[in-house]
Design a protein around this ligand. Structure first.
Ligand code: ATP
Ligand code: MG
Length: 358
């Protein structure tokens, strides 16, 4: 029980009566934050339901247990002790939990009840907020990094031209083309970031129709044929010309273009890329398989994250920023579907886009 018996309370002005106690108990039990009271002997005198869920394995009662037995953290122990002894409030942030670590903002305040000193702690779970903040920081640092590389190159070549290379008939055009290539790279990057944030914010409408997959895949093959030819990669599909999926034509094209582009970029020379369509139980699955090096299992869960690339150096050579798969993931979900990947080292990788039938 959380609140002490009102008939023995030393505070005559406090609300009394079993109904009031029940009401207060109910209120504090509805709080999402874990709350508990520790007495002078460092034992838990009272707690709410959230505290029990978060800190008690097997949901056993926390009352009368030692604080150090329930939460083994020396900083927390010290803060409660200080609050009780010195009658001061304390705020701290701690990672707690034996199995799954969670981050808590903790506010501890002293109070007296029945002539005894106590401290009450409020545990605000900020794990999710912290995680989002980390994602935001990583995102900003990734963007800055990705923009800085081409920008540094542009500035260096502009300086070289200013320092006289502009009159160097043999090299000036080459320098200009490097500047153009890097500027284009920045342009693509910014367009992808804007695109991704638009999709993520849900401000993209999906206009579904019955798309003929064979036709679309052939068109994408045509647009990527020069790139495939350069590395002697064979692009093929055996999709029934009448096979259709329910999707936004432009968005499906965008998703498949990235998957097929990746399958070419990360393939071996003279490898192949094959696209298939399977339709069962009201779901359509379009798969893009390649004969590349494959992806190690520890990366598989992360490649759909923004900016995630296996081998930054090599990927930069082939011109990727690591946003393509994040866009594919969000677009698949907007369609009510999902994207997944399977890979075998040394043999190749298959990406599947699964879409509902309608
Ligand atoms: P972008 O698509 O933004 O131009 P990218 O192609 O590098 O850049 P993603 O499409 O998001 O980025 O892919 C993320 C990373 O996953 C790639 O950098 C690559 O390391 C890995 N990857 C993607 N597809 C394959 C594949 N078919 N085989 C092996 N690795 C792959
Ligand atoms: Mg890509």
């Amino acid at each position: 029980m959380i609140f002490s018996d009102p008939t023995t309370s030393s505070r005559p002005s406090a609300p009394t009566g079993p109904a009031t106690v029940q009401l207060l108990q109910g209120i504090i039990d509805t709080a999402r934050e874990a709350v508990f009271v520790v007495d002078d002997a460092m034992r838990i005198k009272a707690s709410n339901r959230a505290a029990c869920t978060v800190f008690s394995r097997g949901n056993a009662s926390l009352e009368q247990r030692r604080l150090s037995e329930v939460i083994r953290d020396v900083h927390l122990h010290t803060a409660f002790r200080a609050s009780i002894d010195k009658q001061e409030t304390a705020d701290l942030k701690l990672e707690l939990g034996a199995m799954e670590k969670r981050t808590f903002d903790i506010h501890i305040a002293p109070f007296e009840s029945q002539g005894q000193r106590h401290a009450i702690g409020f545990f605000y779970d900020v794990t999710q907020v912290e995680r989002l903040e980390k994602v935001r920081q990583e995102f900003l640092s990734n963007i800055s990094h990705e923009l800085r590389t081409p920008l540094t190159s542009i500035m260096a070549f502009v300086e070289t031209l200013e320092d006289g290379a502009i009159d160097d008939g043999e090299n000036n055009r080459r320098f200009l083309s490097v500047i153009r290539r890097n500027a284009e790279r920045m342009h693509v990057l910014i367009a992808d970031i804007l695109e991704l944030s638009l999709i993520e914010s849900g401000n993209v409408s999906i206009d579904k129709s019955h798309v003929r997959v064979a036709h679309l895949v052939s068109e994408i093959f045509d647009s990527l044929s020069a790139k495939a030819l350069q590395r002697e990669i064979i692009l093929s599909h055996d999709i029934d010309p009448e096979g259709r999926v329910c999707a936004d034509l432009g968005r499906l094209e965008q998703m498949l273009t990235n998957l097929i582009d990746n399958a070419i970029k990360f393939n071996r020379t003279s490898g192949s890329v094959e696209v298939t369509l399977k339709q069962t139980n009201g779901r359509s699955v379009i798969s893009v398989a390649d004969t590349g090096e494959g992806i190690m299992s520890e990366h598989l869960g992360r490649i759909f994250e923004r900016f995630y690339r296996l081998d930054r150096g090599r990927t930069r050579e082939v011109g990727g920023t690591g946003l393509g798969l994040a866009i594919v993931k969000h677009l698949s979900r907007l369609h009510g579907g999902e994207v997944s990947v399977e890979s075998e080292l040394g043999r190749g990788t298959v990406f599947h886009i699964e879409l509902p039938a309608n």
